[in-house]
Write a protein that binds this ligand. Structure first.
Ligand code: ZN
Ligand code: ZN
Length: 263
């Protein structure tokens, strides 16, 4: 499996992806908003884009479909319940479905509601797994829920699916929000030295060659994975004393998600 991360350089800071089979040159484009850059990357590598996967229905993820289909004839794949909101879908997928790319690549669909209620993440079946997380999980952050999502479902997705993924899983999110999210981590957990060091190291990184984190790293500096941190809980109590001394993970997650909305 070959992964090409395409930086769109737009104001939403979208990342698009091409996933290619090294044996056949067939490629799947994930959320190819900047279809021109995706097409250029495919042509540079000699790849043939045969499929498009939309992680969810938002325009900054589906906006390139039409032109991409016109240029390549690629089939459009998305969550089975996204049909009304994503035009011209060729295939609807649900939890456990497999998307094949060429001969050698298998991508497993995870049904991950929360950011929207028809959101798919892809998990590669490779020695070192890779997660293509759309707007569900970001570097050091979590997706918002105010355009068709629900924080409670997002918590369920984190606790039942993302938390259990292997430590060495590589994370490929739909946007570059790394630095801003790390600042939120420090706001919530001022003694998180890993987050502080990451800001120093990556604040001037070139998003065309962006850091790819692992889930082990995310567990260290992504506040939404740090629901049992004494320091996160103590800080939450300053503004929400009602959570008590030993709040459950769901309570902490929902408070953090709410605070992040206004931060
Ligand atoms: Zn979105
Ligand atoms: Zn987005």
């Amino acid at each position: 499996m070959i992964v090409e991360q395409v930086w769109t350089a737009n104001s939403y800071r979208n990342f698009n992806y091409l996933i290619a089979c090294p044996e056949t040159g067939d490629a799947l484009a994930i959320d190819p908003l900047d279809y021109k850059k995706c097409l250029a990357a495919a042509s540079e590598n000699g790849w043939n884009i045969t499929q498009i996967l939309n992680t969810h229905e938002h325009g900054d993820h589906t906006g390139g479909n039409k032109a991409m289909v016109k240029a390549t004839g690629a089939k459009v794949i998305a969550h089975e319940n996204a049909g009304g909101r994503i035009p011209n879908m060729d295939r609807g997928v649900g939890a456990g479905d497999i998307i094949k790319v060429g001969r050698s690549v298998e991508l497993e669909c995870l049904d991950t509601p929360g950011h929207t209620m028809s959101h798919i993440c892809l998990l590669s079946h490779t020695d070192q797994p890779a997660l293509f997380s759309g707007d569900t999980l970001f570097n050091a952050g979590a997706g918002n829920c105010h355009h068709g999502g629900h924080p409670n479902e997002l918590y369920e997705t984190f606790s039942k699916q993302l938390e259990g993924l292997a430590d060495d899983t590589l994370l490929y999110p739909g946007h570059d929000y790394l630095i801003n999210n790390l600042k939120f981590t420090l706001d919530r957990e001022p003694d998180n030295t890993v987050a502080g060091d990451m800001i120093t190291k990556y604040k001037d990184q070139d998003p065309r060659d962006a850091l790819v984190t692992t889930l082990a790293q995310e567990r260290e500096f992504n506040t939404f994975f740090r629901l049992n941190s004494a320091s996160v809980i103590a800080r939450l109590k300053e503004t929400s004393p009602d959570i008590g001394d030993d709040p459950d993970e769901r309570t902490v997650f929902l408070k953090l998600r709410e605070l992040r909305n206004k931060w």
